[in-house]
Design a protein around this ligand. Structure first.
Ligand code: SAH
Length: 262
């Protein structure tokens, strides 16, 4: 019997969680919840489940990773079924790999349940496909964080000519853009930043590469956001169309026939 699950809760919209995830959640005795998880997904947990928030709350530092693993081990060893809920997919920049290793080393069986990662959900929410035959042969998911594992090799990534999807890139956006331009990426490359994708408060900015960091700063966009750099970003829908799709079609006024016709 599974004692522990690593569950992807998806990017925010509760309906983007998988059926498998909701079923596992319904069996858990203890649920350890990360920051970026929409608390609404807890509707699928048992009413008597113990829910522990282990993310950064109100500016407090997050529970250290070792502490989270220790809690998972303690509950699993006590015979409780533990669900570890993470935003997006647990194995994409989610430290799920480390948690799986720790549980395996302790002899505890763990089941991984995929979630829809923000790196595809956020672009899609504004009409951007991460691959498209006319624009890119592939996509690179990369962290812009620049801490622990060091700076990505931006010049090597530019040379791939693939779509760049950057997680955790907002704080260092100016530096990243400069590095891409220095590596020869064209100044007019289309870019998008999507904040709080698939949630009601979703916002985005579209700009060419050399104007992108300023445009994002002017709009006051911050974390959590996904950055998309590459020709596919030119396929983003206009803001009104995004609102019509994602929020509520009735909120967008019907255009007067003939006005702005193209
Ligand atoms: N495991 C997660 C990623 C965790 S890293 C996943 O697969 O999606 C955290 C980063 O994910 C954030 O800094 C941001 O870049 C991105 N992110 C997560 N949820 C997001 C959302 N709803 N909208 C935009 N970006 C998001």
């Amino acid at each position: 019997m599974t004692r522990a699950w690593l569950i992807g809760a998806g990017p925010g919209d509760v309906e983007l969680m998988t059926l498998k995830a909701t079923r596992a959640l319904a069996q858990a005795d203890v649920v350890l919840v990360d920051d970026l998880v929409n608390p609404d997904v807890l509707q699928f947990a048992r009413a008597d489940a113990q829910v522990v928030y282990v993310g950064k709350r109100g500016g407090h530092p997050s529970t250290p990773q070792a502490g989270i693993v220790a809690q998972m081990l303690e509950h699993a060893r006590a015979g409780r079924r533990v669900a570890r809920l993470k935003g997006g997919d647990p194995f994409v920049f989610g430290r799920g790999g480390e948690e799986q290793q720790a549980l395996h080393e302790a002899g505890i069986e763990v089941e991984v349940i995929n979630g829809i990662t923000a790196g595809i959900a956020a672009p899609a929410a504004i009409g951007i496909p991460v691959t498209h035959r006319d624009f890119a042969q592939g996509v690179v998911f990369v962290t812009g964080h620049g801490a622990d594992s060091g700076e990505p090799d931006w010049a090597a990534l530019v040379a791939t000519r693939m779509t760049l999807v950057i997680y955790m890139g907002m704080r260092r956006l100016g530096k990243i853009v400069s590095a891409l331009i220095a590596a020869g990426m064209s100044a007019d490359t289309p870019c998008a930043a999507i904040e709080s994708a698939t949630r009601p408060e979703q916002r985005h900015v579209l700009a060419r590469l050399d104007e992108f960091a300023d445009a994002v700063a002017r709009a006051g966009l911050g974390s959590p956001a996904i950055v998309v750099i590459g020709g596919v970003a030119s396929l983003a829908l206009a803001r009104a169309a995004v609102e019509a799709n994602v929020v509520d079609a009735s909120a967008v006024a019907t255009p007067t026939p003939g006005a702005n016709a193209r």
